[in-house]
Design a protein around this ligand. Sequence first.
Ligand code: ZN
Ligand code: ZN
Length: 248
Amino acid sequence: MGNLKRTLSHIGEGIINLLYPASCFGCQCALHRPELCPKCISSLKPVKTPFCSCCGQPCEGEISGPFHCSNCSGQNVAFDFAIAAYLARGCIREMIHEFKYHRRIALRHTLAKLAENALDDPRIGGGKGWLLIPVPLHRRRKRERGYNQATEIARVISRRRKLPMCRALQRIRYTASQAQLSRTERLCNLNEAFSMRSAPAIQDKIKGAQILLIDDIFTTGATANACARILRNEGQAEKVVVTTVARG
Ligand SMILES: [Zn+2]
Ligand SMILES: [Zn+2]
């Protein structure tokens, strides 16, 4: 059943490619595949040092060595740290929007490739020895959207980097969309929204594992934090690092 579904989704992707002839997502110049041309890639803003060693928020000015931004100082977060490959500006932001809300599933290849830059953080060291876990969507939201954007990105990274992936988490509460809510509302909104999937094989994989929790975008970190808490407390993961394509 899973294979049939994937085949259908590949056929769907082929049709979408016909509807949107291959061109650069940013400037519409002709390309072999729908992605970004070198010029548009060079216009993206990578997350560069100095950035907060907890949430990955870049900071202006000269700071050497690890530091915590004002948001993270004194906060008790469940993940070890969060790292995004790029700032969510310009065409990367639009790309994520199209991927998430307009079913442009073919964009997953480019987004995954961009996300992989975050794996070069020396604390991750390319990803060897880490397990990829996508942030889950509620079944109903997944049906509305057509797919889980985080799973699609994780799957491409897993294939390209030969890293194991496990859909260990599930979203058990259908919650209001996070985008409209304040920080405090987001935190409440996520109470008990996630749980581990109950298969024993999953428990074995998570216990003591170093996990890269994969998502498209990191905004307040509330979703990532709720997932990391479950992986640590229920799953007894050793490390949880949030890895995203972009940072809001
Ligand atoms: Zn371009
Ligand atoms: Zn921070």
